[in-house]
Design a protein around this ligand. Structure first.
Ligand SMILES: [Fe+2]
Ligand SMILES: [Fe+2]
Length: 387
């Protein structure tokens, strides 16, 4: 009831671009309603029957930790500065974040040792209106209630193994690293940190497609293999899709902590080079490894959506999710869905976080199908636009 009334107030105030000083924690940020999303608020999309939320639920969640500019912003350049300036600026930013992270950990330890629970100070309480504070508490604190049960995800995986000899057909060369990776993820990311876990997964999930494009490009340049040229376009559409999953997680605070960014970025770079080597040894095995990981993503997002259904249906979709799934130009969205040629195309309507995560789960299933198709060395993989 409280969340509903707060959302109604959010609708009334439209969460416009005015700063919303937040007072309960030092890391809260203001909400904003991006122009592109606000312009689209009246538009209706055909498609499935998504959940509905009150009109005007155009609020973003206000996290900006890792944001170094969104391509959807109309202002600012799209060409970066030289590598030295970029690297130094990034190092300084992350060093500051590392120190803040260490300070906050020490503060937390001291608080726990003393048994004292910190309350917002009176000075903080004067920083913003009650309405602004409640909006922050509503959306960011509601996100903290989301969970992911790793045992339930594993149970879904075991269910899949019962279907014929699913795992028996996979090579041990990829099964071992896959199982180690899943085991590590379950230990590093606790039940209470699903968004951070998804942010990590989406950061590394882009790498296979980048690797496949790189290797196909290399083979083309060497004059070894050009029959896969059109598949590069499919892989780029897949990478573009994963990139938007990543942006959605960032809009929900998945990269808010320094330690998650450190782990995600370094793992992704390492993963890219390992995948290139795997491709050199066997492109089929590389695709098979991706099939396993994408299937794991379907299980993970499926469990998350089912486990948090009620709460997800009360929270608005991030602006970037609406922008991606409800864009007027869905060429790139259709391009990676190789199994849907001749069938109806997906046209998601995105109102809530439930709609958002349900569609991410469905995207991952499309990735599985494409990865399976890519393992067939006799039939060409084609996008729906090629038929
Ligand atoms: Fe993804
Ligand atoms: Fe994926």
């Amino acid at each position: 009831m409280r969340a509903a009334s707060l959302r109604a107030r959010a609708s009334a105030s439209t969460c416009a671009a005015r700063p919303a000083p937040c007072t309960s924690t030092s890391r809260r940020r203001s909400f904003r309603a991006p122009r592109a999303q606000a312009e689209r608020s009246d538009e209706k999309q055909e498609g499935s029957s998504p959940t509905s939320v009150p009109e005007g639920e155009n609020c973003d969640y206000g996290f900006t930790a890792g944001t170094t500019g969104l391509y959807t912003d109309r202002d600012g350049p799209s060409t970066p500065r030289n590598v030295v300036k970029l690297a130094v600026a990034n190092f300084q930013k992350e060093l500051r974040a590392l120190r803040e992270w260490q300070d906050s950990r020490e503060e937390l330890e001291q608080t726990q040792d003393s048994g004292f629970s910190e309350e917002p100070s009176a000075v903080d309480d004067l920083a913003g209106s009650l309405e602004d504070e409640e909006l922050c508490i509503n959306f960011q604190d509601e996100l903290k209630k989301l969970t992911i049960d790793a045992d339930a995800v594993y149970a879904r995986e075991l269910d899949r193994h019962k279907d014929g000899d699913y795992m028996k057909k996979k090579s041990w060369v990829i099964k071992v690293p896959y199982l180690v990776l899943c085991w590590l993820l379950d230990r590093v990311y606790s039940k209470e940190r699903p968004i951070q876990r998804f942010w990590f997964l989406e950061t590394v999930a882009r790498m296979p497609y980048f690797s496949y494009i790189s290797m196909l490009h290399l083979y083309e340049t060497l004059g070894w293999w050009r029959r896969g040229a059109a598949v590069k376009k499919v892989h780029f559409a897949e990478e573009w899709n994963e990139f938007h999953h990543l942006l959605i997680m960032e809009s929900l605070g998945g990269d808010d902590q320094w330690i998650d960014r450190f782990a995600g970025y370094h793992s992704a770079v390492l993963y890219y080079w390992v995948l290139n080597l795997l491709w050199l040894a066997s492109p089929v095995l590389a695709y098979q490894f991706s099939e396993l990981l994408e299937t794991h993503a379907v299980d993970t997002y499926g469990q998350f959506v089912d486990e948090n259904e009620d709460l997800l249906k009360t929270l608005p979709a991030p602006a970037i999710a609406r922008q991606y799934y409800q864009n007027e130009d869905l060429y790139m969205f259709d391009e990676f869905q190789t199994s849907r040629a001749g069938k109806g195309r997906r046209r998601p309507e995105i109102n809530t976080l439930y709609d958002t995560f349900s569609n991410i789960r469905d995207d991952e299933l499309e990735h599985v199908k494409t990865m399976v198709a890519c393992q067939n060395t006799h039939v060409a993989v084609r996008s729906p636009h090629q038929r």
